[in-house]
Design a protein around this ligand. Structure first.
Ligand code: NZQ
Ligand code: ZN
Length: 379
């Protein structure tokens, strides 16, 4: 176990109907808020009206900032920052999936500085502060509700880049599992895959291999996630399944699983972000395609850990059998497992790898050749 310093300042309010407490939670942080949300789901489900009522009855003035895209873009972040400034807003409230939450964090940090907010993502600037962020997630997947990460794309350059700031942890996140009952099956499955990836990347990729508590924590969480998915995917209206899924996805990327592992390479996310930026495919779908390929490649270098995963998590013997079982689990849920299912062919592989090189110097631990080898295993 490596030394680590863990602090997570996000207050979690979890439970059925808890989104009615949004106004009260926001009003403790300010009397005006930018309401950040996606394209149409919160209006279709009536949540937009209920949130506005809750805010109004708590005396919070709001300005709408809807239209956040899956794979949110920096031009829309800039528009949000302009609204915050023009209306002198005090809080940024996200109601939606990871895209709305990430965009809210980018707006909150961008509103606190004079320079263009894209510089946070290129690494030229670090956020020095941020407006308080409150989130009401409507989709269990990214864990953005309890971490300081945010990922934004630039449609002009085709780059999708992530950053982290301790200033961007939400002050409060309200997890109301009922809000996720309307998530379509495809997005539900993407959430399972993304959650798995957040546990798996540090489990295999963290520099520290001798961390038995972290191993058991990750393995237990993976098993609980599979059980939850087996319950939820055939019955998406199951409240218990939705509640378990919500907490699994939040815990998976709140930092507890990653602590003591040292830096992981996050190779699957690196490749998935490149594919997402080039194709606009959903983050979870890109990961479902990349992970079995990367695991087969990485198992050649760290066979013991992949044997352990096969035995303890997938209940089979042998690294490659474990990976095959995982791929089967993804495809049985309806996730894509080949690049072809995302509309990509072998000739697209160099483009995906080169796009990574534009944001990750040298292509991280894989390098360009390694990326090409992994992607070939994903065909
Ligand atoms: O846009 P609307 O109309 O709201 O519809 C959304 C969108 O089409 C829909 N949706 C969300 N909640 C719903 C719902 N539909 C019906 N009922 C509901 N309750 O779902 C679609 C996808 O939403 P999105 O927010 O894009 O999905 P997700 O939560 O998977 O977020 C993906 C983004 O998060 C980033 C990804 O790269 C991607 O840009 N990530 C953020 C991370 C973080 N901050 O820690 C880590 C992740 O690894 C990831 O990179
Ligand atoms: Zn992810």
């Amino acid at each position: 176990m490596q030394d680590f310093n863990y602090r997570n300042p996000t207050q979690i309010i979890f439970g059925r109907g808890k989104s009615a407490e949004t106004g009260e939670a926001v009003s403790k942080l300010g009397k005006s808020a930018l309401l950040v949300y996606g394209k149409e789901s919160i209006k279709r489900t009536g949540l937009h009206g209920r949130i506005q009522e809750s805010l109004a009855s708590a005396g919070v003035r709001t300005v709408d900032h809807g239209g956040v895209k899956p794979n949110p873009v920096i031009s829309h972040v800039r528009e949000g920052i302009a609204k915050v400034r023009a209306e002198k807003l005090e809080v940024v409230l996200a109601v939606g999936g990871g895209s709305a939450m990430d965009e809210a964090k980018a707006i909150a940090a961008g509103a606190a500085v004079d320079h263009d907010s894209w510089l946070f993502f290129t690494g030229e600037k670090r956020p020095g502060g941020a407006l308080p962020v409150v989130t009401v997630p409507t989709l269990a997947a990214t864990g953005s509700e309890m971490n300081g990460n945010f990922v934004i794309a630039d449609s002009e350059s085709g780059l999708k880049l992530g950053t982290f700031s301790p200033h961007c942890y939400p002050a409060v996140s309200i997890l109301d599992p009922e809000l996720t009952l309307t998530v379509p099956l495809e997005q539900t499955v993407n959430g399972v895959v993304d959650t798995f990836s957040h546990i798996m990347e540090p489990y295999f990729g963290g520099r520290e291999t001798d961390a038995p508590v972290q191993d058991r924590l990750a393995e237990g969480l993976m098993l609980a996630l599979f059980e939850t998915a087996n319950r939820l995917v055939p019955n998406p209206q199951d409240y218990r399944g939705r509640a378990d899924m919500f907490w699994a996805s939040t815990v998976a990327l709140c930092g507890i699983v990653q602590a003591g592992r040292g830096m992981a390479g996050w190779e699957n996310h690196m490749l998935a972000h490149s594919i997402g930026a080039l194709t606009d495919a959903a983050h979870g779908a890109c990961l479902a395609v990349v992970m079995p390929g990367w695991m087969s490649y990485a198992a050649l270098m760290k066979p013991e850990k992949f044997d352990q995963f096969a035995q303890r998590v997938m209940g089979v013997t042998g690294a490659q059998n474990g990976i095959a079982q995982l791929k089967l689990f993804f495809s049985r849920m309806g996730a894509p497992v080949t690049l072809g299912q995302l509309g990509l062919k072998e000739k697209d592989i160099p483009r995906i790898a080169d796009n990574v090189l534009r944001s990750v110097p040298g292509g991280g631990s894989l390098g360009r050749d390694g990326m090409v080898s992994v992607l070939k295993l994903c065909l």
